[in-house]
Write a new protein. Structure first.
Length: 139
């Protein structure tokens, strides 16, 4: 088990921030190409950062606060989870390879759980249906 103080873990965390920064840059450049005038300076100003801070975030050299992360996603007009690394990247960065003999249903569960697009709406629906069930009447 890796601890946050382990050297390997630091590399994993660093890679995570590089991946997030690369996604932010990729989407910003795509928006800029669509004539949205989304320069580093414009994006940084819209979320309350300096251009230098945004540059460092895009390069993965600066860690990002959660509220700043959501502001950036909003300014880029994308869901925040779109800025997170892909499941395969996360698994590879922590040195996990799923066994080939893993049953399909278990593999699917792990992939859905690790996916940034994980949809938990079905859990909310199930919880709401339990709340609406009339309780049995006592005689």
């Amino acid at each position: 088990m890796l601890k946050l103080s382990d050297r390997g873990s630091d590399l994993t965390i660093d890679q995570f921030y590089r991946d997030v920064g690369a996604k932010i840059r990729e989407i910003r450049l795509r928006r800029r190409a669509q004539n949205k005038n989304l320069t580093q300076e414009a994006l940084a100003e819209s979320v309350g950062l300096t251009r230098t801070s945004l540059t460092n975030i895009e390069k993965g050299r600066q860690r990002i606060l959660l509220h700043t992360f959501t502001k950036i996603a909003s300014a880029l007009e994308v869901p925040a989870q779109q800025l997170l690394p892909e499941t395969s990247t996360v698994l590879a960065s922590i040195g996990v390879e799923l066994p080939a003999e893993l049953p399909a249903d278990e593999l699917g569960f792990i992939q859905r759980a690790m996916s940034p697009e994980a949809n938990y709406a079905h859990l909310e629906t199930k919880r709401n249906s339990r709340l609406r069930k009339p309780s049995p009447r006592r005689k």
